[in-house]
Design a binder for this molecule. Structure first.
Ligand code: FAD
Length: 379
């Protein structure tokens, strides 16, 4: 169906990920959602399957491949029905690219290798209690003291932050504004580093989300990525793939919600016929399928353009907004179609409805995407 994007290799990989999800995740995922955590061993299991290394250089334990391999991985992982689990297992995907892009050989070996082996958990710490969308205004300060930086401040909403061994952290080393922002990798065992709070959320429950505190943390200067003041560029470069993958997650959630809805509509009866016997139900399903198809196709197209080396900042922002809106609509209708059962924990669409809500906030909100689109269009 999608020959333009996916090869035989992608298809073989899809089967492998699907089997892994069915074997290792689906039997336990409801419990992990209720417990609001998945076992740490799952990182190692994913590393053993080669999933953590997708897209990273071979020299550090990765498997170089195109974005479509990562898309296959994301689509199949989402079939476990817990976006939180996928986000938690994938926090390295936002934490480690700055190391690859900006790090020295020594830093890549020290930080990236153990993460790709599933031995260490990595998180990305940008958002602060007083600065989210306004990244250039972060306040966590890193002051140089000989061979170290002394870090003071706080981060919030950090995916995998509760048990991260490494946090790629945005810190202020210089003047106000974006030019004073740097990226420092902070070891979770550093004295003065603590998890101030585990944040309970509307969805993504299987992943831990942390508020982090830094009090006089002494961080070796050799943990700085790139030079002082290069952090903002690193963060912005990182956002493009993060946003593409949030868009992919959105279309994958919508696909699952549609699948569940079609099954339910054929099996549930009302007024002497299956729900699918009503034209209004068929039209609802047709609308859901249309939104999904358009969102997915656009995401693939943008991924292909990024693969070709095109700058697609505007289009990635559009893809994220479109796919998230499509997903919100599809999960809303999926719950509606399930009636009361759509509101019950036992039904997958209930979780998808909650999980979908976060996609248009994380990685840059809908409004920030529109600001980017507007700026590029010189509106
Ligand atoms: C589950 C979850 C996981 C997350 N994981 C991570 C993570 O791992 N690492 C990390 O660093 N962050 C993470 N985040 C944080 C996320 O990136 C931020 O929540 C997001 O960027 C928005 O920032 P904020 O929450 O401070 O909202 P604010 O920036 O305060 O925005 C509040 C509202 O105002 C709007 N707004 C702000 N500025 C403008 C503007 N210029 N024009 C119009 N409207 C505007 C926003 O769109 C939003 O609707 C996560 C968030 C969630 C919910």
């Amino acid at each position: 169906m999608y020959e333009a994007y996916f090869t035989e290799e992608h298809r073989i990989f899809r089967t492998a990920v699907r089997k892994f999800v069915e074997r290792e995740i689906l039997p336990h995922v409801d419990r992990w959602e209720e417990e609001e955590l998945f076992p740490v061993e799952l990182y190692r299991r994913c590393a053993d399957e080669g999933f953590l290394g997708i897209g990273y250089p071979e020299a550090y334990g990765g498997t170089p491949c195109d974005r479509f391999m990562s898309i296959v991985h994301t689509e199949e992982m989402i079939r476990c029905g817990s976006v939180g689990l996928v986000a938690g297992l994938g926090s390295h995907r936002i934490a480690m690219p700055p190391v690859v892009r900006m790090g020295t050989e020594e830093q890549k070996r020290r930080f990236l290798v153990p993460v790709l082996k599933g031995e260490k958990i990595a998180a990305l710490g940008i958002t602060e209690p007083d600065a989210g969308s306004d990244v250039a205004n972060i306040r966590t300060r890193a002051v140089r003291d000989g061979d170290h930086y002394i870090v003071n401040g706080a981060k919030t909403f950090i995916t995998s932050g509760c048990r991260a061994h490494l946090v790629t952290t945005a810190v202020r080393t210089g003047e106000a504004g974006y030019k004073g922002v740097s990226l420092l990798v902070i070891d979770g065992a550093t004295p003065g580093f603590s998890v101030a709070k585990k944040i309970r959320k509307i969805g993504w429950n299987a992943s831990d989300t942390a508020e982090l505190a830094f009090v006089d943390c002494r961080i070796p200067a050799e943990n700085l990525l790139g030079g002082e003041g290069q952090g903002f560029y690193g963060i912005m470069a990182n956002f493009q793939d993060e946003r593409l993958f949030l868009a992919v997650m959105a279309h994958a959630v919508a696909a699952l919600a549609l699948e569940e809805s079609i099954k339910y509509a054929k099996q549930r009866e009302a007024f002497g016929r299956p729900l699918s016997g009503f034209q209004v139900t068929r039209h609802k399903l047709a609308d859901m399928a249309t939104l999904l198809e358009v969102a997915r196709e656009f995401n693939y197209r943008i991924a292909a353009r990024m693969e070709a080396g095109e700058d697609a900042v505007k289009e990635v922002s559009m893809a994220k907004n479109f796919a998230c809106r499509a997903c919100d609509r599809v999960v809303f209708d999926a719950v509606q179609l399930h009636g009361g059962f759509g509101c019950a924990r036992e039904y997958l669409v209930e979780r998808l409805y909650r999980d979908s809500r976060i996609l248009s906030i994380g990685g840059g909100t809908t409004e920030i995407m529109k600001e980017i689109i507007g700026k590029i269009m010189q509106l």
